[in-house]
Design a protein around this ligand. Structure first.
Ligand code: URA
Length: 238
């Protein structure tokens, strides 16, 4: 839900300030009822009209980015650092679906479709996230089992995870671990490893749901196909 003046401004016909003036002058309606208050909220399904003319709906767009290191996952940064949105050549108001840390690389979706974003961000068994973590030290069986069965983060257990050590290098004392989770809590993977006494040195998201990095170099992106978008929406019907 968004304030109606924000929706009017986003459609490109005027500034938010001017949209407020339009509301005060009773020139704005939602579903054919004149809007009486500035804070009025509307959803995607509501029909907003100005002077009886419906706003043009912004075309929905969907991108898959191979996020590079050193880019912030947000639409804006108060310190003016580069954001993932800056990497996409599109003037619409797109935003990332969930987040990856500044130093985490890999699969990141971006869109201007709130419903699409909600479907993927809602923890679900269908939406798995596969990470490869470069971890200091050797991960022994008891630690692996803890990671698999759940560890406490902020007093709440993590859900079951699939965890596999791909390699251990004795010389550098470094393990490469593939971990699959179905949640997206803040710094989840790093904090899971931390909770068993291991530091994550590097982290890459290889896959989220059906989306992987095939064909995308670091910093590259592509549009999703209509079929891919439909597959995400099919999760909603379950
Ligand atoms: N877990 C983390 O700790 N960091 C990320 O960026 C993603 C998952």
């Amino acid at each position: 839900m968004q304030r109606v003046q924000k929706v009017i401004a986003a459609s490109g016909i005027c500034s938010r300030r001017h949209a407020e003036e339009l509301i005060k002058s009773r020139r704005v309606s939602v579903n054919d009822k004149v809007v009486e208050e500035l804070g009025f909220k509307v959803s995607d399904k509501d029909i907003v009209k100005v002077d009886g003319i419906p706003l043009k709906k912004e075309e929905k767009v969907y991108y898959l980015l191979n996020k590079p290191r050193g880019v912030i996952t947000s639409s804006k940064d108060e310190k003016n650092r580069r954001t993932v949105v800056d990497l996409i050549d599109d003037d619409r108001r797109i935003y990332p679906v969930g987040r990856l840390d500044y130093d985490t690389i890999g699969v990141l979706l971006l869109t201007n479709d709130g419903e699409f974003a909600n479907i993927l961000m809602h923890p679900s068994d269908d939406v798995e996230k596969v990470y490869v973590a470069k971890v200091k030290g050797m991960i022994l069986k008891d630690k692996l089992n803890s990671l698999r069965n759940g560890v406490l983060i902020d007093g709440v257990m993590t859900k079951k995870a699939n965890v596999k050590v791909m390699r251990y290098d004795k010389k550098t004392n470094i393990s490469m671990v593939r971990i699959t989770i179905h949640e997206g809590r803040y710094h989840q993977v790093k904090r899971m490893f931390e909770s068993v006494g291991c530091d994550v040195l590097k982290l890459k998201r290889e896959k989220e749901f059906i989306f992987d990095l095939v064909g995308l170099k670091s910093g590259e992106y592509r549009k999703l196909t209509p079929k891919e978008v439909a597959i995400v929406y099919s999760l909603k019907k379950k």
